[in-house]
Design a protein around this ligand. Structure first.
Ligand code: FEO
Ligand code: CA
Ligand code: CA
Ligand code: CA
Length: 743
């Protein structure tokens, strides 16, 4: 027992996906930042005053009178919204807490059957048919209203819908196996039972399920033709510029047109034609690669290193190692080593077929599934649409969630024609397969630039560290292209969102901590990532930007395709009792939080923002949570000098950095709405079109349990209670008086 626990503890240390990869490129050196800071002070002041002027000219919350959202609905400009619930207190209880007057009910938990002929989940590890059950680790999701006749998208239908739910990973502890996983983890060289691998592969991916309103809540329709699982084994088409690239060729698809599986589906998005977008996030560690580096070309090695497909610590699940009799391509595809004589003989390129935004048409189960390579390859969180304007290009924002990675946007080549709103995947081909990918540079003076990632950018065409072969290579190695372009290293970009009330774009930067290469250690502070401090939890001191922040920007001229913008920091995470240089947004006990991850702007109540946390630093005082916010607009706060104190265990000096902070967040405009059960992450939120129900995902309750089988070692038994193994789940939250949520 003790040995097993030790192994598990060390596995968790090795495979924590959030820490698996980081950007160690030389881009954005300390010298460059210092030089910029020296030169930029006057520019910063100028930028600030132009922001202030913009506010005075009314470019604030009501800048756009009305706007059309992705569903073609006209969003009214934000009126005077008020939060109408009492803040939920911080809690470390193993329970889900919502405000007084609200009810939360579990809709879909890990293992629940998706068909009426599938047996109830026993939750003891003996159900092996995850291809017909709800997957594990629920993450982002989207409510798509289904037409009353059961065919196609009706964005206004609150009675009947298809829910698409991401399943990010499969519990490391192996709650889905009878006795936890066998011979698991990167260091383990033993063969694994194929039955375990198959189950884990099937517990990843996406669930599509039909739901119907019943009274004040919803129920799953297990007889629906739409219910299905898309897993880490389902065939996907490679679409866009990287299709048929020699860098995508594998033994499965020598022409580089297909791959099997989607992986680590984390954040999401949706299109104006009613399809679901899902981001492949921490996929790199799944690939086994133990060959000598000398077996690779210089370029191949540079790409593997930049993306974290290492030759020492990869192979997180050991999926390439079933018993000899099962060693077919279905398993061999997780081995990215050069084992054959050419790329069509082995899976040396397989990692190039992961790390994309994928598109799924929930209304057409027989339509192909597509990896949209125009949006670049990275640890995608999700892809969020800007406001949709007829005759203008479509714009999707996307972020790369690893320490010091970047924020991107994709601008379509084609201008939006509202007739394509019923176009399905053909519309996806039209708008998502051709366009320009940009990466963000946040200048210290409060302005920003979008840098194009194409070979027509001389910094990319002439990059000394990597010779790009063609535009497909630029997208496959978008991180390297972004290094070359001169992007700004950020504190782990998670979700983005576009405020339907004024078109401004928000991005969570969840945290950036590491004693060796975190923010303020080897990664220099800058105006957009201005904090470095120490936080003590028990006997552990963490340093860097521990609690995260949320940055926002307004594109120049409110044109989503613009190549410049103005930014400020909307909100800094902090403990309420932290010093003024850490608690820069003035959080109180009613709204303090750490590590923002999911954010979602309500489309029913424009101006209402939901914020969800995935935290490990404030968890001695509270479990992860969700807050409701009424943000203002870029430039509604002030410039501030942040005095960052050196951490005694590091060699850093005190560092003072100028930043621009939004309006202080009093409980009037930011309030805690929900606290999850123990050791969970709160992630994923979607709403019914009438605003009377929200759907929220609770991911991995009991994550730090010490055993998969001994209930006394579980840190959570949610949602089933008693001695049950914990499960991830979607909950529906409604208001007891039938009113709209939060307002
Ligand atoms: Fe899967 Fe970046 O959270
Ligand atoms: Ca996330
Ligand atoms: Ca996260
Ligand atoms: Ca998590």
């Amino acid at each position: 027992m003790a040995k097993k626990q030790d192994i598990r503890a060390s596995l968790r240390k090795v495979i924590n996906p959030d820490d698996a990869v980081h950007n160690s490129s030389a881009n954005d050196s300390f010298e460059q930042v210092l030089a910029r800071a020296r030169m930029g002070r006057r520019g910063f002041l100028k930028g600030s005053s132009s922001l202030a002027a913009a506010s005075m000219l009314g470019m604030g919350l009501a800048f756009l009178a009305d706007s059309v959202n992705q569903k073609g609905q006209v969003a009214k400009a934000a009126s005077n919204l008020n939060l109408s619930f009492n803040s939920v207190a911080k809690s470390i209880a193993d329970t889900l807490t919502v405000p007084e007057g609200y009810t939360a009910k579990v809709l879909l938990a890990t293992g629940d059957p998706l068909k009426s002929n599938v047996t109830a989940y026993k939750n003891n590890g003996t159900d092996d048919d995850f291809d017909v059950r709800v997957g594990d680790h629920h993450d982002a999701m989207q409510y798509f209203g289904l037409s009353q006749n059961g065919k196609g998208w009706d964005p206004n239908n609150s009675d009947r819908a298809l829910l698409c739910v991401n399943h990010e990973v499969c519990e490391d502890l192996g709650f889905i196996h009878p006795n936890g996983p066998t011979d698991y983890g990167a260091e383990n060289t033993a063969a694994r039972p194929a039955i375990e691998i198959d189950k884990e592969v099937a517990a990843h991916g996406v669930t599509v399920v039909e739901i119907a309103r019943q009274g004040s809540t919803y129920q799953v329709n297990r007889d629906s033709q739409y219910n299905r699982r898309i897993t880490a084994a389902t065939v996907f088409e490679i679409s866009g510029p990287a299709r048929r690239s020699p860098m995508m060729a594998t033994a499965f698809s020598p022409t580089g047109e297909q791959t099997r599986g989607t992986l680590n589906n984390c954040g999401h998005g949706y299109t104006p034609w009613g399809t679901y977008l899902s981001g492949e996030e921490n996929w790199a560690g799944y690939f086994y690669r133990r060959e000598e580096d000398s077996a690779l070309t210089e370029k191949e090695l540079a790409a593997f290193k930049r993306y974290g497909v290492g030759n020492a610590t990869s192979g997180r699940y050991n999926w390439s190692r079933p018993g000899a009799s099962d060693n077919t391509d279905l398993y061999r595809r997780w081995d990215a080593s050069k084992t054959g004589s050419s790329a069509d003989q082995d899976f040396r390129n397989v990692a190039n077929t992961f790390g994309w935004v994928v598109e799924i048409d929930p209304f057409n189960p027989s339509a192909p599934l597509k990896k949209r390579t125009s949006l670049g390859r990275m640890a995608h969180e999700g892809a969020w649409s800007a406001q949709v304007v007829a005759g203008q290009p479509l714009v999707f924002y996307t972020g790369d969630d690893a320490r010091n990675e970047y924020v991107y946007k994709f601008v379509s080549a084609k201008a939006w024609d509202p007739k394509d709103a019923t176009g399905g995947l053909a519309a996806g081909d039209k708008y998502l397969d051709a366009g320009t990918l940009y990466v963000a540079k946040f200048n210290d003076d409060g302005t920003g630039e979008w840098l194009p990632l194409t070979l027509s950018n001389p910094n990319i065409a002439n990059y000394a560290n990597y010779a790009f072969a063609d535009e497909a290579d630029v997208l496959i190695n978008a991180r390297i292209a972004a290094d070359a372009a001169g992007a700004t290293k950020m504190d782990r970009p998670e979700w983005g969102g576009v405020n339907p009330a004024n078109g401004e774009v928000y991005f969570t930067l969840t945290n950036n901590v590491s004693s060796s290469n975190g923010r303020g250690v080897t990664t220099p502070l800058n105006a957009a990532n201005p904090r470095y401090y120490a936080e003590v939890k028990g006997d552990k001191t963490t340093q860097g930007n521990v609690n995260g922040h949320i940055i926002r920007w307004r594109e120049t001229g409110n044109n989503a395709a613009a190549t410049t913008f103005d930014w400020d920091v909307y909100l800094f995470g902090a403990q309420a009792d932290a010093g003024a240089d850490v608690n820069l947004s003035g959080l109180t006990d009613e709204n303090d939080f750490s590590s923002p991850d999911g954010i979602w702007f309500s489309e029913v109540m424009p101006g209402l923002l939901w914020i969800q946390t995935d935290d490990g630093y404030y968890t001695d005082k509270t479990n992860c949570m969700m807050l409701a916010a009424l943000p203002g607009s870029v430039g509604d706060g002030e410039s501030k000098m942040v005095a960052n104190k050196a951490v005694p265990t590091n060699t850093n000096a005190d560092q003072t950095v100028k930043t621009h902070v939004g309006q202080a967040a009093s409980p009037t405009v930011l309030r805690r709405f929900l606290v999850g059960p123990r050791d969970c992450e709160v992630t994923g939120i979607t709403e019914s079109p009438d605003g009377k129900a929200i759907f929220v995902n609770i991911q991995h309750p009991g994550e730090s349990s010490e055993s998969a089988t001994d209930p006394t070692q579980f840190t959570s038994h949610w949602p089933d209670g008693g001695n049950a193994r914990p499960r991830s789940a979607t909950v529906i939250i409604t208001r007891n008086d039938g009113g709209k949520i939060a307002i």
